[in-house]
Write a protein that binds this ligand. Structure first.
Ligand SMILES: [Zn+2]
Length: 315
């Protein structure tokens, strides 16, 4: 059931949920001719990025297929544009004919066999993804429609839900689902430990105020505060003792009710025998501290002195 494993992943997109393909729109400048640089994947030195495929290959190609290199890309017949990009033959590409010996591929072209610019880029992409991404268009995978799993994994349903529809739910909705389902004796027996684990983890996350997030939300799109609170939730799950936690303004961006939950969470960590050091401007959080260290008297250059410390009552 994991898109990170070949058994679960959609084979078309390898579990990414989206496909990146090289397209004519991204690769070619329609106003320019090929001799003026219509193909954007060529460097100023005249080779295809990272390869030994260069002007000599292109000259062979123009000659062999009678292509006018001075015609602007958009005025070339569709057939020709297709040939340049998609080729006319399945020429095996490898390290030696792409990166090392330019003669090998030239011989093929002179024999009328051309793999196409896109096939070459797809080969290079295996070694250098980043620099080639600008020539690609990303779209939702047509086979799994962004669900990232293969049909077999998606065919398994639990109380009307497949794993994707559950991942699309917010944490709050997922908690509701797992609390409202009525388990059969058999399900209870099989899933006892799993259900406990699922409920615990969902609650840990909800307790730190991120209950509105979807389970399938990608980590890269989280705000700093959200990421920090999620790490906190995983610490709650770990149940460690004797640890010093240092948090920098964990309340940032939280609604008041969520802030109270967060404070309760921090107290739970403390009660387990940990030390929680929080840098905070939020009054509620400060008032909840066992020991306050007030740094001031103002911010910036004129601050930095400890102006008061002790319990809330003392100060
Ligand atoms: Zn897919």
């Amino acid at each position: 059931f994991s898109f990170n494993a070949p058994q679960g992943a959609c084979p078309t997109c390898n579990g990414l949920g989206q496909l990146s393909v090289f397209t004519e729109e991204k690769l070619c400048d329609p106003k320019l001719s090929m001799s003026d640089g219509a193909l954007r994947c060529f460097t100023e030195r005249g080779n295809i990025l990272f390869t030994r495929i260069d002007e000599r290959h292109m000259n062979d190609l123009y000659r062999q297929f009678s292509i006018n290199r001075r015609t602007s890309w958009k005025k070339l017949p569709e057939e020709t544009r297709k040939l340049v990009l998609h080729g006319n033959a399945e020429v095996p590409l490898g390290i030696s004919n792409v990166f090392r010996f330019s003669g090998q591929l030239r011989k093929k072209i002179q024999n009328g066999q051309w793999p196409g610019i896109i096939a070459i880029l797809q080969f290079v992409y295996r070694f250098a993804k980043g620099p080639l991404e600008k020539f690609q268009e990303t779209s939702v995978c047509p086979d799994c429609e962004g669900r990232r799993l293969n049909p077999t994994a998606l065919a398994v349903r639990f109380h009307e839900q497949d794993i994707h529809s559950l991942s699309e739910a917010s944490l709050e909705e997922a908690i509701l689902f797992f609390e409202s389902i009525e388990l059969s004796v058999r399900e209870e027996k099989i899933g006892r430990d799993i259900f406990r684990e699922i409920r615990d983890r969902l609650h840990f996350l909800n307790d730190v105020g991120v209950g509105y997030l979807n389970l399938n939300r990608s980590a890269a799109t989280l705000s700093g505060g959200e990421a920090q609170r999620i790490r906190l939730a995983s610490q709650l799950g770990a149940g460690l003792q004797g640890v010093l936690y240092v948090l920098d303004e964990p309340s940032i961006g939280l609604h008041q009710s969520d802030n109270l939950k967060l404070i309760e969470t921090l107290k739970k960590l403390r009660d387990r025998g940990n030390t929680v050091l929080v840098v905070e401007h939020d009054e509620e959080t400060i008032e909840s501290a066992d020991h306050i260290v007030d740094v001031g008297p103002v911010a910036g250059l004129n601050g930095g002195e400890i102006t008061a410390q002790g319990s809330l009552h003392d100060i």
